[in-house]
Design a protein around this ligand. Structure first.
Ligand code: C2E
Ligand code: CA
Ligand code: CA
Length: 846
C-alpha cells in the first residue's frame, strides 16, 4: 500500500455531506441571527418610540392643562382687575367658582393661588373627598397667612403663619423678574404629604403694570399612575428625569424621594442612578457614562441586565416654558418578543434533530449499499494473507456491487481451486502418489505428538541405474519401489518420497530399537527380489537411516536427522544406521569442512608430497607416489585422510584431484629435465573412483598431459580396488581409455576389496599395489603361505608390476625380495616429502 493517507469509502462519501450540512446550518444560523437582530432592533425601536410618543403626548396634556389654567386665571384677574391692594376677596370668589370645574377636569391640579405685589396671598388647596382648603393673607387677616379648614373665611382655622411674604418665595421672584409665564423648578412639598410638585407661574399685569403671580401646583406623583398603567400594558419600564438627572416620575414601585444618600439629602428626589429599580439604575448609569443626555434627539442602546437583554430609549422632553426633562423607556427582549426566541430555538432544535435523523438514515442506507464492497475488501485482504477459509462477501441490492461481489467470488473460487491444486502438487509426489517431503512435514506436524519413528530409505546407485535404464524406466522403477513399500505398510504409516531416490516412512507407533532393526530387515527383504523392467532385471539395494525420537511439531528436524543417519549408513557401507546426536555434530563439522575445502581449492592450497618407489632387487629409485597434502595457512599441514573422504562425498574431489595430478605431472617433467629423475621415472598419482566415473575425465587427463608435456608412459594412475569392483560402465570405459593413452593403471590397496580376485581379469591394469596390512603380517616362518605370496603367485602369468606398500623395516624388504616382489615403498626408504626436499641420497639403497 502506498504511503498516502487512506480513508474509508464511507468517510469519503459521508464527510462531504456532513460538511455541507454543517456549513449550511452555519450559514442559516448566521443569516437568521442577523435578521433576528435586525428584527429585534426594529421592533424594539417601534415599540419604544411608540411608548415614548405616548408618554410625551400624555405629559404634554398633563402639564399643559394646568399651565393653560394658570394662564386663564391670570388673564381673568388682569382683565377684570380682580386684585386690589390689601384685598383678595374678588380673586377668592373667582377662584372658588373656577376651581370646581378646574379640579374636575384637571385632577393633577393641587393648588391654585395668587401672590400680589402688596404681599397678599390667596389660594385654594384640594383636599381628599373633594373639599378645599382656603388660604388667605390680606388686610382681612391682618397680613397673616391663615389656613382655614373650609373653603370660606370662618373661625375654623387650621393654622396661622406669621411673617409670610409671597414676594420672596421661589415661585414668585423669578416671574416678577422675567415677567413671563414659566415653570417653577420641581420641589417636594414641605407639608406632611411630601408631594413632588411643579408649579405653573403666570404674571398678572394691569396694563403693563406687574401686579402679582398666579401659581397652579401640579402633583407630578399622579403621573406615576399613568406610567404604571403603560407598564402594565407593555411591560416596559418608563421613567422621567429632570435636567439634574433626578427622577421625576417612574412606572416602577417605590418613591423617588430620598431617605438620605451620599448624593441626595433626605426629602430630596433621588438621582436616577440611585433608583431602586435595577433597570432604571442601569439605564441611568449607561446614559450618564456615555453622555447620552447631551445628545439631541432620542438615543437607543441595549443593555444586559439580570441575564436579560434590554432595549432602551432615552428621549429629551422640552416645552416652551423651559422644561428640560428626559423620558427613559426600557423593555426586555422576552417582553418584546414574547415566546418568539424560544419557539425559534425550538424550531432550530427540531430542524437539527430532523437533519441528524436524515443523516443517520442516509448512513444506514449507505452502509447497506457499501456493505458488499467492504466485505469484499476484507475478504480480499484475508485471501491475500492466505486465509482461504474466510467467509465470502454477500451480494447486496445494488446492481454494480452485486456484479463486483459475483466477480470477486468467482475469482476467489478460481484462486482457491488453483491454490488447492498447487498445494496437492506440493504435498504429493506426482510420480508415486506418495507424500512429498512437504506433504510429510505438513501431515506429521499436524499430529498431536511425534513419538513414533522415522525411517529414511536411500536407493544405492540409483543414478547409475537411472542412467542405464533411461528415465522412463527409471520412473517406472520408482513407482514399483513405492508399490512394494506400500505393500508392507498399513494405513497408520506415512509414506513419502522425499528426494529422487529417497523414501521416508513415519510410524506413529512407539518401537524399540529391536523392532526397528526387524523393520529395516523387512525392507531389505522386500527389495531382495529383482524388479522386472521389460527385458531388464534390476536388482537394487538400499541404505536405511532411522530416527527414534525428536521434537514435536518439527518433522523437518526429524527428516534432517534421518538424512544424517542415512548418509552415515551410506558412508559406512552399512545397511542401517540409527541417528545419534553426535552424528549431527560430525555432519556439521563436515559441512564446515566442505566450505573450507572449497576455499582451499580456490586458493590452490593442495600440493603433492612425493614418496619414492624402490626397485627392491637393485635398491634404485624408479618412481614416486604423489600424495595429496593440504597446506592450510590457518591449520598447517592436513592429512588426506581428513579431507579426501569429504571431498569425495561432496563432489569436490574432482577439483582437488585435478590440482594434484597437474602438479605431479609438472613436477615429473621438471624432475626429469633437471636430471633429478630418470627419463623412465614412474609417477604414481591417486585417482578417486568418483573422478574416474566422470565422463569428461579422459579429456581432463589429456589436457593435463598436453599442458605439462609429460610422456604418458611416465604416469601411473592408482585406483583403489575396493572402489572399482562394480559394474559401472563409465569407469571401465575410462580405465580402458587411460591405457589407450599410454598411461598405466595401478590397482591400489590390493587385497582389501570384498570382490573376488576372479573379477580381476576384467580390469585393464599394469600394476598391483599390495596393501600394507599384508606387508605388516609378513613373518619369515609363514612366508610361503602369506597372502603376499598368494598374490605374487596369482599374477605370475600376467604382465603386471607388483609394488609392496608400507615397508618399514629392512626385514620386510628382505622378505619381499625373497618372494620376488619387484618394487616397494615405505617409511624405510622415505616418508612423503615435498618436491624440493626430494632426497638425493636414495640411490642404491640396497
Ligand atoms: P594410499 O594411496 O594407500 O597411500 C599410501 C599411504 O600410506 C600414504 O598415506 C602414505 O603416507 C602411507 N605410507 C607410506 N609408507 C608407509 C609406511 O612405511 N608405513 C605406514 N604406516 N604408512 C605408510 P597418506 O599420504 O596419508 O595417504 C592416505 C591415503 O589418501 C592414500 O592411501 C590415498 O588413498 C589417499 N590419497 C592421498 N593422496 C591422494 C590423491 O591425490 N588423490 C586421491 N584420490 N587419494 C589420495
Ligand atoms: Ca596410493
Ligand atoms: Ca595404498
Amino acid at each position: 500500500m502506498s504511503a498516502t493517507t487512506q480513508i474509508t469509502l464511507r468517510t469519503a462519501v459521508v464527510l462531504p455531506f456532513v460538511m455541507i450540512f454543517i456549513i449550511t446550518i452555519g450559514v442559516i444560523v448566521t443569516v437568521q441571527k442577523h435578521s433576528y437582530e435586525e428584527m429585534v432592533v426594529d421592533i424594539s425601536d417601534k415599540q419604544l418610540s411608540a411608548l415614548t410618543a405616548n408618554v410625551t403626548l400624555e405629559l404634554n396634556r398633563f402639564l399643559n392643562e394646568p399651565f393653560q389654567a394658570s394662564l386663564a386665571l391670570s388673564h381673568s384677574i388682569s382683565f377684570n382687575r380682580l386684585y386690589q391692594r390689601g384685598d383678595t376677596s374678588d380673586i377668592e370668589r373667582y377662584f372658588l367658582t373656577s376651581f370646581r370645574s378646574l379640579y374636575d377636569s384637571i385632577p393633577q391640579l393641587d393648588v391654585i393661588g395668587y401672590g400680589g405685589e402688596g404681599a397678599e396671598y390667596i389660594g385654594f388647596r384640594k383636599e381628599p373627598n373633594k373639599a378645599y382648603t382656603l388660604m388667605v393673607q390680606d388686610d382681612r387677616t391682618e397680613q397673616q397667612l391663615v389656613i382655614y379648614r373650609g373653603q370660606t373665611i370662618s373661625q375654623d382655622i387650621r393654622s396661622v403663619i406669621n411673617g409670610y411674604d409671597p414676594r420672596i418665595r421661589p415661585w414668585y421672584a423669578p416671574v416678577a423678574k422675567s415677567l413671563t409665564p414659566m415653570w417653577s423648578s420641581i420641589y417636594t412639598n414641605a407639608d406632611e404629604r411630601q408631594e413632588i410638585t411643579l408649579s405653573a407661574l403666570t404674571p398678572v399685569f394691569y396694563d403693563q403694570d406687574f401686579q402679582g403671580v398666579v401659581v397652579t401646583d401640579v402633583k407630578i406623583d399622579t403621573f406615576n399612575l399613568f406610567l404604571k398603567d403603560q407598564q402594565l400594558q407593555t411591560n416596559a419600564v418608563i421613567y422621567l428625569v429632570d435636567d439634574k438627572k433626578r427622577l421625576v416620575a417612574h412606572s416602577t414601585n417605590g418613591t423617588v424621594i430620598s431617605w438620605g444618600t451620599p448624593f441626595s439629602k433626605k426629602g430630596e428626589r433621588l438621582l436616577a442612578t440611585e433608583s431602586a429599580n435595577p433597570i432604571v439604575k442601569a439605564n441611568a448609569k449607561y446614559s450618564q457614562a456615555n453622555g447620552l443626555y447631551s445628545q439631541d434627539g432620542f438615543q437607543r442602546f441595549a443593555l444586559e441586565i439580570n441575564n436579560q437583554r434590554y432595549f432602551n430609549h432615552l428621549t429629551p422632553y422640552v416645552d416652551e416654558h423651559g422644561l428640560k426633562w428626559y423620558i427613559g423607556v426600557a423593555i426586555s427582549e422576552s417582553d418584546l418578543l414574547g415566546k418568539l426566541p424560544e419557539s425559534q430555538r425550538d424550531s432550530w432544535i427540531i430542524g437539527i434533530i430532523a437533519s441528524l435523523i436524515g443523516i443517520a438514515l442516509g448512513l444506514f442506507a449507505f452502509n447497506r449499499v457499501v456493505a458488499p464492497i467492504t466485505s469484499t475488501a476484507s475478504a480480499a485482504k484475508h485471501l491475500a494473507k492466505g486465509d482461504w477459509e474466510s467467509t465470502m462477501p454477500q451480494p447486496g441490492n445494488i446492481y454494480e456491487t452485486t456484479m463486483l461481489v459475483y466477480a470477486f467470488n468467482e475469482m476467489a473460487n478460481n484462486l482457491k481451486a488453483s491454490f488447492r491444486a498447487l498445494r496437492s502438487q506440493l504435498l504429493y509426489d506426482s510420480l508415486t502418489k506418495l507424500y512429498s517431503r512437504e506433504g510429510l512435514i505438513d501431515s506429521c506436524d499436524k499430529l498431536p505428538a511425534l513419538n513414533g519413528s522415522l525411517m529414511l530409505v536411500g536407493i544405492k546407485k540409483f543414478r547409475d541405474i537411472n542412467d542405464s535404464l533411461g528415465h522412463y524406466k527409471g520412473d517406472q522403477l520408482l513407482i514399483n519401489i513405492s508399490q512394494r513399500l506400500h505393500s508392507i505398510y498399513s494405513e497408520d504409516h506415512y509414506l513419502a518420497r522425499i528426494g529422487g531416490d529417497e523414501f521416508a516412512i513415519y510410524t506413529s507407533k512407539k518401537q524399540t530399537e529391536q523392532d526397528l532393526v526387524l523393520a529395516a530387515n523387512r525392507i531389505h527383504q522386500v527389495f531382495a527380489s529383482p524388479f522386472i523392467m521389460g527385458q531388464d532385471n534390476v536388482v537394487i539395494s538400499v541404505s536405511i537411516g532411522v530416527v527414534e525420537s525428536g521434537p514435536d511439531f518439527n518433522m523437518t528436524l526429524w527428516l534432517r536427522n534421518g538424512s544424517i543417519a542415512l548418509s552415515n549408513a551410506k558412508r559406512e557401507l552399512s545397511n542401517i544406521s540409527f541417528y545419534r546426536p553426535e552424528m549431527a555434530d560430525i555432519s556439521r563439522k563436515r559441512t564446515l569442512m566442505v566450505a573450507k575445502i572449497k576455499d582451499a581449492i580456490e586458493h590452490k592450497e593442495f600440493v603433492p608430497f612425493y614418496q619414492p618407489l624402490i626397485d627392491l632387487s637393485s635398491g634404485e629409485v624408479i618412481g614416486a607416489e604423489a600424495l595429496a597434502r593440504w597446506l592450510s595457512p590457518s591449520s598447517g599441514l592436513i592429512s588426506p585422510l581428513e579431507f579426501i573422504p569429504i571431498a569425495e562425498e561432496s563432489g569436490l574431489i574432482e577439483a582437488v584431484g585435478e590440482q594434484i595430478l597437474l602438479q605431479a605431472c609438472n613436477d615429473t617433467v621438471r624432475g626429469i629435465r633437471a636430471g633429478k629423475w630418470n627419463s623412465d621415472f614412474h609417477m604414481h598419482v591417486n585417482v578417486s573412483v568418483n573422478q574416474l566415473s566422470q565422463p569428461d575425465f579422459i579429456s581432463t587427463l589429456q589436457k593435463i598431459l598436453t599442458q605439462s608435456t609429460l610422456n604418458p608412459t611416465n604416469l601411473t594412475l592408482e585406483i583403489t580396488e575396493s572402489r572399482i569392483v562394480d559394474n559401472d560402465p563409465v569407469t571401465l570405459q575410462n580405465m580402458q581409455a587411460i591405457r589407450d593413452l599410454g598411461v598405466h593403471i595401478a590397482i591400489d590397496d590390493f587385497g582389501t576389496g570384498y570382490s573376488s580376485l576372479a573379477y580381476l581379469h576384467k580390469l585393464p591394469f599394469d600394476c598391483i599395489k599390495i596393501d600394507r596390512t599384508f606387508v605388516d603380517k609378513l613373518s619369515p616362518q609363514e612366508l610361503d603361505t602369506s597372502i603376499v605370496a598368494a598374490i605374487i603367485n596369482m599374477t605370475r602369468g600376467m604382465k603386471v608390476t607388483l609394488v609392496a606398500e608400507g615397508i618399514e623395516t629392512s626385514e620386510q624388504a628382505q622378505m619381499l625380495t625373497q618372494l620376488n616382489c619387484q618394487q616397494g615403498q615405505g617409511f624405510l626408504y622415505s616418508r612423503p616429502v615435498p618436491f624440493d626436499e626430494w632426497p638425493t641420497d636414495l640411490v642404491n639403497m640396497k
